[in-house]
Design a protein around this ligand. Structure first.
Ligand code: C2E
Ligand code: CA
Ligand code: CA
Ligand code: CA
Length: 278
């Protein structure tokens, strides 16, 4: 048994070393990526359900290592957060998003950019000052930005959060709660904090139209948001049945593969209405 135990220890330890090594290599690669400007924005359109017009784009991080496949953000964001690199990466990203919107000109004038901000990032440093700087140096008006935050941040209940949210709002920036409904949180914060938009998580839309529980939840979220004066964006809309259901509930806006996958800045132009037709 002793012998076996030692083997097992060696096995786990080897496994852990491999994990730490992988993680370390990723961290080194991400530092290089930042220096070499390998992080890029992709943009996914958000449509108003009533007018059927594009009203905004969500800005989604991608990493393009030279000669390799484009990397999705899910595995990257936690490492970027732990290393503190997220700050520089998102500053670059936000500046680029602001310049992209302005570069599209008049036809894109009603569009807003919706930016993801992790809780850790939000709580570290002066986020309001950072956004003031993005707006000032890009020239983008604040009403063309939405900041997406997660429920876990709102559960912090530190006075700093409420103050920072109000500070962003004072710049004209709107606040969205991302992945709403996944945080198992108390809902009290919804009436205490300045929130403009609820984004319903894709997981709930997956159960529409077959799952009664999911349908009941989506119905309740939309009704509650409207009664609190908030707008609702449904995420991950893929089918016509989901869209029909959301229309019936008077959902405000939709985002999902049914309307468009995230695309590079260069492809945004083709999503805009043709020139001369407002
Ligand atoms: P999220 O904020 O919930 O973003 C929506 C994700 O759902 C995106 O994945 C998008 O490509 C995907 N999606 C949109 N429509 C559909 C659909 O109809 N079907 C399916 N199956 N998926 C859909 P992506 O781009 O891989 O991003 C994953 C997550 O990474 C984001 O989830 C967000 O939490 C995080 N993330 C992305 N960019 C940033 C960033 O700049 N900063 C931070 N802190 N997090 C980011
Ligand atoms: Ca988001
Ligand atoms: Ca989301
Ligand atoms: Ca999500």
């Amino acid at each position: 048994a002793k012998h076996q135990g030692r083997n097992r220890y060696a096995f786990y330890s080897g496994e852990m070393t491999a994990k730490v090594t992988r993680r370390l290599n990723l961290e080194i690669a991400l530092r290089h990526a930042l220096q070499r400007n390998e992080f890029v924005n992709h943009y996914q359109p958000i449509f108003d359900l009533r007018s059927e017009r594009m009203i905004g784009v969500e800005v989604l991080l991608r990493w393009q290592p030279p000669g390799k496949a484009l990397q999705a953000p899910t595995a990257l964001v936690p490492v970027l957060e732990e290393t503190g690199l997220i700050r520089q990466v998102t500053r670059q990203l936000f500046m680029e998003a602001a310049q992209t919107l302005l570069g599209l000109g008049e036809r894109a004038a009603p569009l807003y950019a919706s930016l993801n901000l992790s809780a850790r990032e939000f709580l570290s440093g002066d986020i309001v000052a950072a956004f003031r700087e993005v707006l000032a140096s890009s020239g983008l008006p604040g009403h063309r930005l939405v900041v997406e935050i997660t429920e876990s941040l709102l559960m912090e209940r530190t006075p700093g959060v409420a103050k920072a949210l109000q500070g962003l709002r004072d710049l004209g920036i709107r606040i969205a709660v991302d992945d709403f409904g996944t945080g198992y949180s108390s809902l009290g914060y919804l009436r205490e904090l300045p929130i403009d938009i609820l984004k319903i998580d894709r997981a709930f839309l997956e159960g529409v139209p077959d799952n009664h529980g999911d349908k009941a939840l989506v119905t309740a979220i939309i009704a509650m948001a409207h009664s609190l004066g908030m707008r609702v964006v449904a995420e991950g809309v893929e089918s016509i049945e989901q869209e029909a259901f959301l229309r019936k509930l008077d959902c405000d806006a939709v985002q999902g593969y049914r309307y468009g996958k995230p695309v590079p800045a260069g492809a945004l132009d083709t999503l805009l209405p043709p020139p001369g037709r407002p």
